[in-house]
Design a binder for this molecule. Structure first.
Ligand code: ZN
Ligand code: ZN
Ligand code: FE
Length: 758
């Protein structure tokens, strides 16, 4: 038994939506309710998983003909025992708070108009209506009105103004309403920004450039994208080389669902995600012959695919008829570019030509990334289509601002029961990223007119985000990184009371000043106890270890064997990763580790994955954060059920239980030496960690277990842990609408600070 909580926004009131939901729930024999509110239609249904899955698939497919869903978000929660299904009373009282909608993928009617030769919007790339089109990316102020959007510079022609004023028309009060006579226009520029073509010719010429293997920078909805023919190995390689992006997977845009089906395997739920109004990048299992260049996502069993979500994308993709790489138009670690002049300046060295238009983008919004695990949706990057929809909590919050984490940053504000999470900002590693972060904060506060009582930041003393928090002149609440992870998971699952939080990630500042990352915290948003942790080890070179798994491996071996590890004899295992270090480097590493300088102590689970990757020769130096750990997951051979023994000790002087990874690492080295298949070893590593979670849960004795932190982007680990926890009588939870990685930290920071203030 599970409960689904669904929030739907769109044309869902006064069109027979509630009776439809009632019928559907009765047909699936589900308990619960449906009700209207000024914020949208809210549904809760509960019953067996299979019926809930069917309900969720049927909802958008069988909805009343006049209705239109602009956004649908749901969470799987604990059942509460509804006896039957009811249509609840509408909530029309209360404060009517302005809701800003995300950008919405082109609706079927607008698509039809764009491709209909007799329509006045035939081939017009900025067609939209009351149901679809840009929102968050063009709003400058509330209330949402044309004069408060970047469309204000376009005066509507007589026909458009007529549509805008006619209640019976689909464009009644469609703020971005436009047509070829009065709206934004396309242009094609060369690599230096010189005009090449206008209007439809620009589109046709841009398609021709892609067909020639050139890199096109396209001004989309929330910023620029870089496009190249995904089938063209040289083209993709050129894009990678110019963008200095070595191996990190690139997303694809496919012309239509059939084309996406030829690239990846899709379940009905995955197809629904692709076709949803959010239209995110979906990570799905690649087909044996996906028909795209190997360099799109080297060594990765998944491909990220999306479908066209604006008329401009629909027109271009129809012109092409094959998948293209569609990646963010930015420089490494910088925010995506939104302005065409700026694009020429920053992307000039990457793109051969620019397909631009004159509708300004008010704020950048990246493509979102979603995948299906545990048979439900998991958002890995929350941006276009989802931001700025609120995550609604169970109680009223004081007005707060949370500045998030250092990597994969998002910020958040609270208002009433809502937490409004910003769009994905990214790693705060460069000056432009830090600047963008400050801008997003100002933007959110201004847009929602929130005056925060306090600002919440990470307890890390040196984070730029924390420094910025202290400069705002507000009371500052510091929250420990892993407590924020735990609180984030509890908040979105609506859990109250003590829970065992398994908070595993790469790095977060811990209470004792060391780098935490393999933590078990028992508690809730108010407080926690660290009940178990990984045996600590040193990371030679600190930050550099993030990109060099071999440093984590060396750290483990030195902890086990002392300086002898540096002279580990050649063999199948334990040697290869050392060979990458030069003789002077090795001497330096030895000295560093002996003195403990430049080699911070960590209990990170992410770094343990890295170390195993290096020891098994899977990856010794990564080209992007998290790559080695991902490769360990991808190496897993299916149908291996056993693991290695779990060593969990209680320290003599009390304190948290310690997971001693040494027997695990020794077993891995031994089996590798003996020639056991790497895939089998990787499976056993995952199984051991799942067993560890169950073992700690048993010792701690809390029934509910929350899995959170970047390590739970690992689908195999998450699913294994769920299976084993459930089999042992525990109730596991993980993320759904908010990423398990540091993109979800801001939500947790708000939850912790709110609990403390209360
Ligand atoms: Zn439309
Ligand atoms: Zn017009
Ligand atoms: Fe983290």
């Amino acid at each position: 038994m599970q409960r689904l909580k669904i929030a739907i926004r769109g044309l869902v009131q006064g069109v027979g939506f509630r009776p439809f939901v009632y019928r559907l729930a009765r047909e699936e024999s589900l308990g619960g309710w449906v009700k209207n509110s000024p914020q949208g239609v809210f549904i809760e249904v509960e019953g067996p998983k299979k019926s809930l899955d069917d309900f969720l698939l049927r909802l958008p497919q069988e909805k009343p003909p006049l209705s239109f869903i602009q956004s649908l978000e749901y969470s799987v929660l604990e059942p509460v025992g509804y006896p039957d299904f009811q249509i609840g009373r509408s909530e029309d009282g209360g404060e009517r708070q302005a809701l800003i909608l995300p950008d919405i993928a082109t609706c079927p009617q607008c698509q039809q108009e764009v491709f209909s030769p007799t329509d006045r919007r035939h081939r017009y790339p900025f067609t939209n209506c009351t149901l679809c089109g840009p929102r968050f990316s063009i709003i400058q102020a509330l209330p949402y009105d044309r004069r408060h959007t970047t469309m204000k510079k376009f005066a509507m022609c007589e026909r458009c103004a007529g549509e805008y004023q006619e209640p019976e028309v689909r464009r009644f009060h469609a703020q971005p309403n436009a047509c070829p006579d009065c709206g934004p226009q396309l242009a094609l520029w060369d690599g230096a920004g010189a005009p090449l073509a206008q209007g439809d010719t620009a589109l046709v010429e841009a398609a021709a450039a892609i067909r020639r293997g050139e890199v096109l920078a396209l001004k989309g909805i929330g910023g620029f994208q870089l496009l190249v023919d995904a089938r063209n190995e040289d083209g993709v390689a050129r894009l990678r080389q110019r963008k200095r992006r070595e191996e990190k997977p690139l997303a694809l845009m496919c012309p239509d669902l059939d084309s996406a089906r030829r690239c990846v395997h899709l379940s009905p739920l995955e197809e629904q995600v692709l076709l949803s109004p959010q239209s995110p990048v979906l990570l799905a299992r690649r087909r044996a012959k996906p028909g795209v260049a190997a360099s799109v996502a080297p060594g990765n069993p998944h491909l990220g695919v999306m479908l066209p979500y604006s008329p401009l994308h629909h027109l271009l993709m129809r012109e092409l008829g094959f998948p293209v790489v569609a990646t963010s138009g930015n420089l490494h670690d910088e925010p995506i570019v939104t302005d065409e002049e700026e694009a020429v300046a920053t992307l000039g060295g990457i793109a051969d030509c620019f397909l631009v238009h004159d509708r300004p983008i008010e704020r950048y919004v990246d493509d979102s990334v979603v995948r299906v695990q545990l048979g439900r949706q998991l958002i890995l990057r929350r941006a276009r289509g989802y931001a700025p929809l609120p995550v609604t909590l169970t109680r009223t919050l004081p007005p707060l601002l949370a500045v998030g984490a250092h990597l994969k940053n998002t910020v958040a504000i609270s208002r009433g029961r809502d937490v409004i999470l910003s769009q994905h900002i990214g790693d705060l590693e460069t000056a432009p990223a830090y600047f963008a972060f400050q801008k997003v904060i100002q933007d959110l506060l201004r847009l929602y007119e929130v005056r925060p009582q306090a600002v919440v930041c990470d307890a890390h003393p040196d984070y730029l985000s924390s420094q910025h928090a202290r400069e705002l002149g507000l009371p500052v609440v510091e929250v420990f990184h892993h407590h924020a992870h735990l609180a984030s998971c509890l908040a979105e699952n609506e859990l109250e009371g003590d829970v065992l939080g398994v908070t595993w990630d790469g790095a977060g500042y811990g209470e004792d000043g060391t780098i935490w990352g393999g933590e078990f915290l028992a508690g809730d948003a108010r407080s926690y106890r660290r009940v178990a942790t990984f045996r600590p080890f040193r990371l030679p070179g600190g930050e550099r270890a993030m990109r060099e798994p071999r440093r984590s491996a060396l750290g483990l071996l030195l902890e086990m064997e002392g300086p002898a590890a540096l002279a580990r004899p050649p063999g199948r295992a334990g040697r290869s990763f050392l060979e990458g270090f030069s003789e002077p480097e090795r001497r330096l590493l030895g000295q560093m580790l002996a003195r403990g300088s430049g080699s911070p102590v960590t209990s990170s689970c992410g770094r343990l994955f890295d170390a195993v990757a290096a020891l098994l020769g899977i990856k010794t130096v990564s080209s992007f954060e998290g790559q080695a750990a991902m490769m360990v997951e991808f190496a897993v051979k299916d149908e291996v059920e056993d693991g290695y023994p779990v060593s969990l000790r209680s320290p003599a002087g009390g304190g948290p239980l310690v997971f001693d990874w040494e027997p695990l690492v020794r077993a891995i080295l031994r089996e590798h030496e003996q020639g056991v298949e790497v895939g089998v070893i990787c499976a056993r590593l995952h199984n051991t960690l799942a067993d560890l979670i169950v073992e700690v849960a048993r010792r701690v004795g809390l029934e509910r277990v929350a899995l959170t932190g970047g390590c739970f982007q690992n689908r195999y680990l998450t699913e294994r842990a769920f299976q084993r926890l459930e089999a042992a009588g525990f109730r596991p939870f993980t993320h759904q609408r908010v990423p398990p990685n540091d993109g979800g930290i801001a939500l947790g920071q708000i939850a912790v600070a709110a609990a403390k203030v209360a």
